[in-house]
Design a protein around this ligand. Structure first.
Ligand code: XMP
Length: 530
C-alpha cells in the first residue's frame, strides 16, 4: 500500500488514482492520522498531497508528529507534492516563504541537478503549478533538483533518507513528465512492484467475498447502473447461486434498459434475477404530482417498499429465479448479506471510517427496511469509477453496461417537468433514445459525462409542420462534461450533431415541435432539471 496523506481539497483522490494507474495500490488517509497508525498499515511509501492552505495559516494542516521519522527509522520513502512539499521542507528545517508572486497554471521548471526523479528527462519541462507560498531553502541533506523563475526550490530530494518533493503537480496531465516522476518515485524510490492489475483485483475481491459470505445467502438491488452491476457480477463469481439479484422495474428507465438488465446482464453473468414489474404501482403513486421533491420522495419510498417485499419473498424462499440451493440446503436459509456498489470516493468523502461509509451506502438503495437486518458486502469500496469499469470489462460484462453514463435513481421521473404519466414517459423515452443513439454514432459517448434529455411537459409552444399549426412540447438537451458531477460544464456538441438530433426528434417523436439546448454550467445550474 502507498498512503496518500490528504491535506485538503480534491488533490489526494487524483494522486491516489494516478498511483493506481502505475499499478500500485494506494489509499487516502487524513493528515490527522497519527504516524504510528500510518505505520501500522505497513506502507511501502507515503505521498503528501497538495492542499489549499498556507503552512503559515493558523489551523493549517500539519504533518503528524514523527511522520518524517518513518522515512529515517522505518525506511518508508516519502514524496511531498505542492503543499506536501512545503510541509516536508518546513518540518525538516528548510524555509517556506510567503512569496509575492503566485504561480497558477502552466509554468516551466528548469532541472538544475537531475537526481533520481529527473534523471534523463529534459532540462526544461512544462509543469502545472498552483501555489502562493514556496520553498526558498531546502532542508540540509537535500539537493535542489529543479526551480522556476518564481520558485527557487521547485524540486528537491534526499536520496539517503528517501525523501522527495516537488512544488508542481505531477498528478495533473498538464505536467508533461508527471506520471514518469511518479513512477520513478514508486518503483525506484520506494521499490514498489506494479501488481495492482485488474486480474489481481478481480481474484482478490472474489476471494474476499467468498471469505466474508461463506455459505450464506446474499441479495443485491440492481439499478442497471455500472456500480451495482459490477458488484453483483463479482459477487456472483464468488458465491454463485447463493446470490439473488432484485431488479425493480419502476417504469422510469430509458429505452432498452430493462432488457439490458434482464437479458444481457443475465446472459453475461448467469445471475439469479428476481424482476419486479412495479410500473403501475409507481405511476399510481406519482399520479398528478409535479413537485420535484415530492416526486423524489415518492419514488424513493416506493422503491424501498417494493425492494422490501421482494427481499422478504426471497428470504422466505419464494425467489422465482432461484435454482436449487447449494449442498441441498432448503431455500429457507436466511439471507444475511446485502450487496452494495459503494465506491471509494463515497468512502473517502464520508470520512473513510466504516461506520460513516455505511450510513451513506444504505442511502444507495434509498434506505434499508429496518427489520431486515443485513450485513453489507461492498466489494467495490476500495475502487475508483474507472477501476470499476475496467473490472466490469474483466468480468465480461457488456460494453453498454460497463460504459453507461450515470443515471439518477429516480430516473425519467425527474426529467419530466410536470406530472409523470405513461404517455409522457413514452415521449421522453423516444426522444432520449434518439439523442443517445446519435451521440454514440458521433463517437462521443466517452467524452460526454452525461446527456440528460428533459421533457417540458407543462410547456407548449406553437409550431408549423407540414403546413399545419402544431401546439406541442419542447425537449431540452442537457449534454455536460464533468469529472465528478460536483461541477460540470455544458458540452459544446458539434452543430451537425445537434442538428441531426433536432431534426430526428421533431420528425420522429409525436408531440415534440421544438428542441432546445441547455447551456448552463454547474453551478449555477444542476445537471438534472429537478
Ligand atoms: P445534479 O442534478 O445535482 O446531479 O447536478 C449530480 C449527479 O447526481 C445524479 N443524481 C442522482 N443520482 N439518485 C442518484 O442516484 C438521485 O436521486 C440523483 N439525483 C441526481 C445526476 O444524474 C448527476 O450525475
Amino acid at each position: 500500500t502507498v498512503l496518500v496523506v490528504d491535506f485538503g481539497a480534491q488533490y489526494a483522490q487524483l494522486i491516489a488514482r494516478r498511483v493506481r494507474e502505475c499499478h500500485v495500490y494506494s489509499e487516502i488517509v487524513p493528515s490527522t492520522m497519527p504516524a504510528a497508525e500510518m505505520l501500522a498499515r505497513r506502507p511501502k511509501a507515503i505521498i503528501l498531497s497538495g492542499g489549499p492552505a498556507s503552512v503559515y495559516e493558523k489551523g493549517a494542516p500539519v504533518a503528524p508528529d514523527g511522520l518524517f521519522d518513518l522515512s529515517q527509522r522505518q525506511g518508508v520513502p516519502m514524496f511531498g507534492i505542492c503543499y506536501g512539499h512545503q510541509v516536508m521542507a518546513q518540518a525538516l528545517g528548510g524555509t517556506v516563504e510567503n512569496s509575492d508572486v503566485a504561480e497558477f497554471g502552466g509554468a516551466t521548471v528548469t532541472v538544475s541537478s537531475p537526481g533520481m526523479l529527473f534523471a534523463g528527462l529534459p532540462h526544461e519541462q512544462p509543469v502545472w503549478m498552483s501555489h502562493r507560498d514556496c520553498v526558498s531553502r531546502a532542508p540540509s541533506g537535500f539537493t535542489v533538483t529543479a526551480s522556476t523563475d518564481v520558485t527557487p526550490v521547485a524540486g528537491m530530494e534526499d536520496l539517503e533518507r528517501g525523501l522527495f518533493g516537488v512544488q508542481f503537480h505531477p498528478e495533473v496531465l498538464h505536467t508533461a513528465h508527471g506520471m514518469e516522476l511518479l513512477r520513478r518515485f514508486l518503483y525506484e524510490g520506494a521499490g514498489c512492484r506494479p501488481n495492482w492489475t485488474m486480474v489481481n483485483i478481480a481474484d482478490e475481491s472474489i476471494e474476499a467475498v467468498r471469505e466474508q459470505v461463506g455459505h450464506k445467502r446474499a441479495i443485491c438491488a440492481l439499478s442497471g447502473g455500472v456500480d451495482s452491476a459490477v458488484a453483483a457480477a463479482l459477487v456472483q463469481r464468488a458465491i454463485g447461486d447463493q446470490l439473488t439479484c432484485v431488479f425493480v422495474d419502476h417504469g422510469l428507465l430509458r429505452k432498452g434498459e430493462p432488457e439490458q438488465v434482464e437479458k444481457d446482464f443475465v446472459a453475461a453473468t448467469g445471475v439469479n434475477l428476481h424482476v419486479v414489474d412495479a410500473q403501475d404501482r409507481f405511476l399510481a403513486a406519482l399520479d398528478g404530482v409535479a413537485d420535484p421533491e415530492e416526486k423524489r420522495k415518492i419514488i424513493g419510498r416506493e422503491f424501498i417498499r417494493v425492494f422490501e417485499e421482494a427481499a422478504r419473498e426471497i428470504v422466505r424462499g419464494g425467489s422465482r429465479g432461484s435454482s436449487p440451493q447449494k449442498g441441498g440446503e432448503d431455500a429457507a436459509e436466511p439471507v444475511e448479506f446485502l450487496v452494495q456498489g459503494t465506491l471509494y470516493p463515497d468512502v473517502v468523502e464520508s470520512g473513510g471510517g466504516t461506520g460513516a461509509a455505511n450510513i451513506k451506502s444504505h442511502h444507495n438503495v434509498g434506505g434499508l427496511p429496518e427489520d431486515l437486518q443485513f450485513k453489507l458486502v461492498e466489494p467495490l469500496r476500495s475502487l475508483f469509477k474507472d477501476e470499476v469499469r475496467a473490472l466490469g470489462e474483466q468480468l465480461g460484462l457488456p460494453t453498454e453496461i460497463v460504459w453507461r453514463q450515470p443515471f439518477p435513481g429516480p430516473g425519467l421521473g425527474i426529467r419530466i417537468v410536470g406530472a409523470v404519466t405513461r404517455d409522457r414517459l413514452d415521449i421522453l423515452r423516444d426522444a432520449d433514445a434518439i439523442a443517445r443513439e446519435e451521440l454514440t454514432n458521433a463517437g462521443l459517448d466517452r467524452d460526454i459525462w452525461q446527456f440528460p434529455v428533459v421533457l417540458l411537459a407543462d410547456v407548449r409552444s406553437v409550431g408549423v409542420q407540414g403546413d399545419s399549426r402544431t401546439y406541442g412540447h419542447p425537449i431540452v438537451l442537457r449534454p455536460v462534461t464533468s469529472e465528478d458531477a460536483m461541477t460540470a460544464d455544458w458540452a459544446k456538441l458539434p452543430y451537425e450533431l445537434l442538428q441531426r438530433i433536432s431534426t430526428r426528434i421533431t420528425n420522429e417523436v409525436r408531440e415534440i415541435n421544438r428542441v432546445t439546448v441547455d447551456i448552463t454550467s454547474k453551478p449555477p445550474g444542476t445537471i438534472e432539471w429537478e
